[in-house]
Design a protein around this ligand. Structure first.
Ligand code: ADP
Length: 379
């Protein structure tokens, strides 16, 4: 029987692992670099072994690596439950790409170390291009939704004055029509009739504008929550890649699939993640963790949670958070959460927020319907 611990066999197994595999020591110095890692990063093992792991991350993240490792060594603390993380990585050629990372502590004999398993999330050049166009599509969808929210608000606000104008002109017409001796009566009645019909037309135009920006009907399909989360997280990472934000997720493998329009579901997740990014950014000096989790609620829905380490929801807007044009940000539109609510509720789901018990920032949660019937099971 072969000695399975023989170095040659271990090396073969190391290279056969279907994920890019990297071993580092406590100081972050790369000890081993698998074939898949070579393919993923464009470095050969010979070039990279002995270098600091920081070369595989964008410079702004690299600056935080040493303190991160030192902190882990000192406290043994896992920053967050659920070891699946999404981070930005850096290719030898100089471009950044998101990866899903799973790190475990390792005993290197004379000292401690870590082994990391990585897989690209929209990471190849082709997928990167897809991610970019997806981002553009999401931005477009957000703009369209924002216009929809704007049109709805304008329609709502203008509806009453327009109705009043129509009613007043009608009242005036009635009054004038009784004035038999009024010389220009017919001409005035004609003009008042025009006023009234123009007011009605303006109202109809507003409604048509609202329907127009609402766009086509969403196309629902069975979707894996883990994929929706990974895609939206990768897009959020690419979009905000200059920030030193760490994202982790805990999504059960047996979670049922949800019946949604993928773009819409991603729009909700993306908006929540973008807000979480901005919230942790606002909290200077704080730790920059975002945690995404999901569970089956047991009544036909999956609940997805997005928690952050930001300052939490400002008291003054807590009651009107999901209404349009509510914002605390200088350049904010205040429509992101209103759009999320509109999308989630169109599927019969709910959206809400509380304080995160883990991360002490905001914990948003929303539900999406499970695919009906016995085929709902996911992975
Ligand atoms: P905008 O981001 O344009 O302000 P949103 O509707 O997405 O619009 O958010 C409305 C407001 O809700 C934000 O201005 C912010 O005050 C608050 N908010 C949203 N997400 C968070 C969060 N994760 N942490 C703290 N506050 C948040």
């Amino acid at each position: 029987m072969a000695d399975l611990a023989a170095p040659a066999i271990v090396a073969q197994v190391f290279d056969a692992v279907p994920l890019a595999t990297i071993i580092i020591d406590q100081q972050g110095i790369i000890q081993a670099f698998s074939k898949r890692a070579e393919q993923m990063f464009g470095y050969s093992a010979a070039d990279i072994v002995g270098k600091n792991i920081a070369v595989l991350t964008p410079p702004h993240v690299a600056a935080h690596h040493d303190s991160y490792l030192a902190n882990h060594a000192r406290t043994g603390e896992r920053r967050i439950i659920g070891a699946n993380r999404i981070e930005m990585a850096r290719h030898h050629a100089g471009h950044n790409f998101p990866v899903e990372l799973n790190v475990s502590p390792l005993n290197l004999g004379d000292r401690a170390g870590y082994v990391g398993f990585l897989r690209p999330v929209g990471g190849s050049d082709l997928q990167q291009r897809e991610a970019r166009s997806m981002l553009a599509e999401l931005a477009q969808a957000s703009r369209v939704s924002a216009m929809g929210a704007l049109a709805t608000a304008i329609a709502h606000e203008l509806n009453q004055p327009l109705t009043n104008i129509a009613n007043f002109t009608q009242g005036l017409s009635n009054l004038v029509s009784k004035q038999d001796e009024f010389k220009g009566r017919d001409e005035v009645l004609r003009i008042l009739g025009n006023c009234s019909s123009q007011a009605v037309r303006a109202g109809q135009l507003l409604h048509r504008l609202r329907d127009f920006v609402k766009g086509g009907q969403p196309v629902t399909e069975p979707s894996r929550v883990s994929e929706l989360v990974r895609d939206a997280a990768a897009l959020a990472m690419i979009n905000g890649y200059k920030r030193t934000i760490h994202m982790a997720h805990d999504i059960p493998a047996d979670l049922p699939m949800v019946d949604v329009d993928r773009l819409q579901a991603q729009q909700v997740l993306f908006n929540l993640l973008r807000n979480a990014f901005e919230a942790v950014d606002a909290e200077h000096g704080g730790r920059h963790e975002i945690f995404i989790s999901a569970r089956d609620t047991g009544d036909g829905f999956v609940q997805i949670n997005v928690e952050d380490e930001g300052p939490g929801i400002a008291q003054e807007i807590a009651d009107s958070l999901f209404e349009s044009f509510v914002t605390t940000k200088g350049g904010g539109m205040g429509v992101g959460l209103a759009i999320c609510k509109q999308i989630v509720e169109s599927y019969g789901g709910r959206i809400g927020v509380e304080q995160s018990s883990n991360l002490h920032g905001a914990a948003f949660h929303f539900t999406l319907p499970i695919v009906p019937g016995p085929t709902g099971a996911g992975d």
